[in-house]
Design a protein around this ligand. Sequence first.
Ligand code: FCB
Length: 481
Amino acid sequence: MNARTFPADFLWGTATAAYQIEGAATEGGRGPSIWDTYSHTPGRTQGGDTGDVACDHYHRWAEDVDHLDRLGVDAYRLSISWPRVQPGGSGPLNPEGVAFYRRLLQALRDRGIRPYVTLYHWDLPQELEDAGGWTDRRTSEAFAEYARHMATELGDLVDAWTTLNEPWCSAYLGYGSGVHAPGRTEPAAALAAVHHLNLAHGLAARAIREVLPGAQVSVTLNLHAIRPADASSAADAEAVRTIDALANRAFLGPMLDGAYPQDLLAGTAHVSDWSFVHDGDLELVRQPLDVLGVNYYSTVTVRHFAGDGERSENDGHGASGHSPWIGVTDVEFVEQPGPYTAMGWNIEPSGLTDLLVGLHRTYPDLPLAVTENGAAFDDELVLDGGVRRVHDDRRVAYLHDHVEALGVARDAGADVRGYFAWSLMDNFEWGYGYSRRFGILHVDYPTGERTWKDSAHWYRRLVTSGELPPVDAVAPWSPGR
Ligand code: FCB
């Protein structure tokens, strides 16, 4: 059988996020974000880990650009730390912060690596949270101003702009279940956050295009691949619809169709009247998208829940006793068949195919990119004849099978133009701290040393050839070969 090949213009990249890698939390004029506050609050993150130092990318960025160059990727998806460039979330910019990103972006361009910049990967300036955070529409307006500033300051160096990363997490985990910053557990506030994030996306997309008329603008969603426990059950199909409304259509609806789904509004009416949606908002939210970013890790399976006993809510996003599924009482999450990653997430590449093909059917003209996909495993650093190696076969298999699944979606007509592996390097995995390693580069946290895992060697082969290598193609690469 011939190896699967991808066209030469298919975009291969890796992804990271500012708070997860930069460190230097109080250096260079950076202000505090909600993740600084949250991670410094006892009991919030595993082991009390914080992003204070992280991968020290703020100081080691040049070395990290070298790694990207050696990997041979076409693009690098990074995020800008809002509190680094605008410490209070409004008001003056911090020139040192802007200069940091200009240096980084320029270094990427010098190597022919296209910067894909996400404006918000969860690090809201603390001052804005103190004034209401995403429950307040002034945060959406502040975000648009910040986006306008970034377009002005960095527009000449950025290839594509992503407004938000996974607003689902920001709203429901941040304000619903509280397992993410700011750690609030207020169901109505979570719905207000959904809307203000949607509004922030629309306002920012418009602001970017006002400054840069030809800008490529996108948003990244963690769309859920939802399956019914019993494919023949009408009640389970209804459970899928309920979760799909909150997880997927709460964002796709306003962003792409200009409306919130009726079933979402009806299903949450006992929690909120949605009066935070003002006249004219929906026209603002719906802005043309050059590409839709999709993050994919695993599937969820749901069933109708009729009883009044204990309801299983294990959707893979951590439990706090407060549900991220606002207003839902008649759905439960069913244990997924394995295998699992170290996150406890099930490995099911066909979920990625289904998601991409489903999106293509609903939005046939919308180009897609997989902006995150990857897996955490308990990696072991070994010395092989004096050479540091990480034989992460399961991560290689995971990446291989998901790139193949993406290829299957393309075969079925989905216009998928890029793939970004999460992550370039091990980093601060939010509530899990440093206990979960997603990198294709291993990071030794005490020293900051980076080591290529087998998955990095394998990925290099994929991105430089455009051909899906077999899973055992992990021989170390050295320059000149
Ligand atoms: C996604 C986040 C990313 C990373 C991966 C594992 O939800 O966008 O920052 O934590 O999960």
